[in-house]
Ligand binder design. Structure first.
Ligand code: DAH
Length: 346
């Protein structure tokens, strides 16, 4: 019997080196160690052996079993590593693509103009003592609408504008004003913060509309805050961005979460395509804002008798378009290298 066991081990060692696939290894293992495997067959005749023989055979068969299991494991991982390496060597990077990028003048990747302006605006607000907050893209009705004093029947809840989830309770946030609510939940007044991010609307796209665009929300809550404070911060922001004093005007604007609400316009000169080089100036709507509605403060757990504040929602894509004279918002998401190239040096 001992001879049979030794022969079995020898046979196994000879066969496993020739296994090329993991399945072959596992087959071989079950041929030997399986219920009807050759080791079990040999051990069946143990009952006819003398006690001395048993003393010898027992430990030896255990030893063989362990050796086989070890070899099986190491063969399995050897095959796996070989297979992964083969796959990797097939998927080599195609460096010929690099040449076509170089032809377009793109040596390296760059920061997207929206990301760049977002960072700039964040830095400006941080330098004025604002915090930068974040919020989730998937929101609930309360954070997107309810807490912002947008009643059930408000058109902003219209199915056309909002990407609702099937449960009709969750949605892709339609504006960064959700971060006002999250900020009020997290902070005790006085506070001031900005909250940038992507927002989503179920819109038909055209030159000025995208389904996904970027806003930067701002909120300041404290005691005796005035429209004067709001204008001061907005003018400082615009001066930093456009590197000069900007003339602004406020027009009344309706948003359920502010009272009074405004549209802040800037006086803007833009090249007139009809008159070639000559410029004409006009007012450009840039920044909706207002004094936070008392109901919004209440929803955020803040006593409107004690505190008040202002809020604004800056359209970052709009700002990029004004600054770089981009005529179509869809360029920003197109990934077209000829368009991206112009931002390389910015
Ligand atoms: N959330 C508004 C929108 O997306 C923009 C807005 C208006 C934000 C007025 C504000 C605000 O904070 O005060 O249309």
């Amino acid at each position: 019997m001992l001879d049979k066991l030794n022969a079995l081990e020898k046979d196994f060692n000879g066969q496993i080196v020739n296994c090329l696939k993991q399945a072959d290894v596992l087959n071989l293992k079950s041929q030997i160690l399986g219920k009807k495997g050759s080791l079990s067959e040999i051990l069946k005749s143990l009952k006819d052996a003398t006690p001395e023989q048993r003393k010898e055979i027992g430990p030896r068969s255990n030893e063989i079993k362990q050796n086989i299991e070890k070899s099986v494991q190491s063969k399995l991982s050897e095959i796996e590593i070989k297979e992964v390496n083969e796959k990797l060597s097939k998927n080599k990077l195609d460096f010929s693509l690099r040449d076509s990028l170089l032809e377009l003048g793109l040596r390296d990747g760059g920061i997207h103009p929206v990301a760049k302006i977002q960072r700039e605006v964040e830095d400006i607000f941080v330098s004025m003592g604002f915090d930068v907050l974040d919020g989730p893209h998937i929101e609930d009705d309360w954070h997107n609408f309810g807490a912002l004093n947008i009643p059930e029947t408000h058109p902003a809840r219209d199915m056309q504008d909002t990407f609702w989830f099937k449960d009709m309770k969750h949605l892709l946030r339609t504006h960064t004003s959700t971060i006002q609510v999250r900020g009020m939940e997290a902070k005790k007044p006085p506070f001031k913060f900005v909250g940038p991010g992507k927002v989503f609307r179920c819109e038909r796209t055209d030159a000025t509309h995208e389904m996904c665009f970027h806003q930067l929300e701002g909120m300041m809550v404290g005691k005796d805050i005035t429209v004067g404070n709001l204008i001061y911060f907005m003018k400082t922001l615009l001066k930093e961005i456009f590197k000069k004093d900007m003339e602004v005007r406020l027009r009344p604007g309706f948003f359920p979460f502010v009272e009074p609400g405004f549209e802040l316009d800037i006086r803007w000169k833009k090249p007139d395509p009809k008159k070639g080089e000559s410029e004409h100036s006009g007012w450009l709507e840039l920044l909706p804002c207002g004094m936070v509605h008392p109901n919004v403060l209440k929803a955020g757990g803040i006593d409107p008798g004690e505190y008040n504040g202002f809020a604004f929602g800056l359209g970052l894509d709009r700002l990029v378009m004004v600054r770089y004279a981009i005529e179509d918002i869809r360029h920003l998401h197109s990934g077209d290298l000829r368009f991206n190239k112009q931002f390389k040096s910015h």
